[in-house]
Design a protein around this ligand. Structure first.
Ligand SMILES: C[S@@+](CC[C@H](N)C(=O)[O-])C[C@H]1O[C@@H](n2cnc3c(N)ncnc32)[C@H](O)[C@@H]1O
Length: 475
């Protein structure tokens, strides 16, 4: 099992672990160098350079600091023996053992020759700004624009060099693909600002060098995208302050006629728990004052620790105050997942279901005629169509599958279900009052009113009984 970010397995194992990650993420050149460093970690010149980090946490990312230090030397033409093997410096990655051996030797020579520079780089936290993350963030911003129709005040915490704050310019220039264009045009951004504990100056040579050096050389597309984004950033001003995220969020205010969007990516894990709690409660408090004329939106692209895939998948979530598309305010919707570099986004399929009750407390269930859970009893429901609200979709699905008219929608909760075909269904369930004798149609093979005791005896779809219990519709 992969060690957690806070564990301290010893510097050698940290390099072994990162080598496996590099291999898995399509970076064989770094994978080979990282596993060699693991082997040579007790020999000079590495032993004394790595000695201060013997007890480092996995999350300190010492291997990335070392690899980036040498990458930086290659980018500055100070490590030509390394540069000939890196795509980002016009080189060709080693194709055979002889090439790999030459690169390893060149790497060690560069470390020995630039010992002071490397020691200094090892003491600094990695500074990255991954432009690919703007793909999912930007798509949700289209959705916000469609939902509220107001100019956006975009604020990013942990924004590094603030490249994502130029999301509109990046989309317009095609530097990031405009995902979900049907959600609307490129958003109108009236104000853009951010904070970072250690902001990177994208307009300085040093800042650009730092950012580019942290891109893995095997990922040439990411490197090129970053370079293009840096060029665009030069023409779009953003205000970035050196500040802690919580302090920054506490200073934000709503303004009539604009949507305040607070977003972040790949920074939540760095925050202590009390900072995370503080940011959440500050946003909830601000959300309590939000109106349709001054809405608040929180968008995040972060690894979610509770999710089993968190080590290598980030989750893209959005919470709005007031709610949009038929959802209540303050509901965190997990729209999809991405690789750590942000693209491509695997979007979940928005679906809606109805918890329909009749006057005597019975629930309307259908026996599913389609996968997933074909043959099992479940709630009537199906996909939300574009431009349709979630609650309207739930009522429509109930009518189509059972003929029952569902009224008085009340949000119950959100669940995620594996479609069985490589996608995830994102299902918002709504409670309704229903009338009429059910007649199965569409995706349902059977439809009927069931009393609670009967539901417990039926073969129901996975998780249904638990969700109904949790939301208080089944005791
Ligand atoms: C991995 S980088 C991600 C940068 C950018 N959000 C992205 O997705 O490319 C994490 C950033 O969070 C910043 N950071 C960490 N803790 C912070 C805090 N408490 N307040 C503000 N920024 C913080 C770091 O300085 C760093 O720039």
């Amino acid at each position: 099992m992969k060690p957690s970010r806070d564990s301290r397995p010893g510097i050698r194992d940290i390099f072994v672990d990162i080598a496996a990650s590099c291999e898995r993420l399509g970076a064989p050149t770094y994978a080979d160098l990282a596993s060699c460093v693991a082997q040579w970690s007790e020999e000079e010149p590495l032993a004394s350079l790595l000695a201060p980090y013997a007890d480092a946490r996995v999350g300190d990312m010492i291997p990335l600091r070392l690899l980036a230090a040498v990458h930086r030397l290659a980018l500055m033409r100070e490590a030509p023996g390394v540069a000939v093997f890196l795509s980002t410096t016009g080189g060709t990655p080693p194709r055979d053992d002889a090439g790999r051996e030459r690169l390893r030797r060149a790497f060690l020579s560069a470390v020995a020759e630039h010992r002071e520079v490397v020691a200094d780089a090892l003491a600094r936290v990695p500074q990255t700004n991954e432009v690919g993350r703007t793909v999912g963030l930007g798509a949700l911003l289209r959705r916000v624009q469609r939902g509220f129709g107001l100019p956006v005040r975009l604020h990013e915490i942990g924004c590094s060099a603030g490249l994502s704050l130029r999301v509109d310019a990046l989309m317009e220039a095609g530097v990031v693909p405009g995902d979900h264009p049907e959600w609307g045009g490129v958003p109108r951004i009236a104000e853009r600002s951010g904070c970072d504990l250690a902001p990177v100056d994208a307009s300085s040579t040093q800042g650009r060098l730092v950012l580019t050096s942290f891109v893995w050389p095997d990922h040439l597309d990411r490197f090129e995208r970053l370079r293009a984004a840096l060029e665009i950033a030069a023409g779009v001003q953003v205000a970035i302050v050196a500040a802690d995220a919580l302090e920054y969020v506490r200073g934000l205010v709503l303004q009539p006629g604009t949507t305040l969007v607070v977003w972040h990516s790949a920074m939540w894990l760095y925050l202590p728990q009390e900072t995370r709690d503080g940011i959440r409660s500050t946003l909830e408090e601000l959300g309590g004052q939000a109106t349709r004329d001054s809405p608040l939106v929180h968008i995040a692209l972060e690894p979610v620790a509770e999710r089993p895939e968190a080590q290598h998948r980030f989750t893209l979530t959005m919470t709005t105050w007031p709610g949009i598309d038929g959802l209540p305010p303050g509901i965190e919707v997990p729209w999809g997942t991405t690789p750590p570099a942000g693209a491509p986004v695997t979007w979940s399929v928005p679906c809606a279901g109805g918890i329909v009750r009749d006057g005597s407390g019975r629930l309307l269930l259908v026996r599913r005629g389609q996968a997933p859970s074909r043959g099992l009893w479940s709630l009537p429901g199906g996909r939300v169509e574009d431009e349709e609200s979630w609650d309207a979709a739930a009522a429509r699905e109930v009518r189509e599958e059972t003929g029952v008219r569902a009224t008085d929608a009340e949000f119950a909760g959100i669940v995620e279900r594996d479609s069985g075909a490589g996608t995830t269904y994102l299902i918002a369930d709504f409670a309704f009052t229903g009338e009429g004798e059910p007649r199965a149609a569409d995706d349902a093979d059977e439809a009927r009113w069931c009393d609670p005791v009967e539901i417990l005896r039926l073969a129901t779809s996975p998780g249904l009984v638990e969700a109904l219990r949790e939301w208080g519709y089944l005791t």
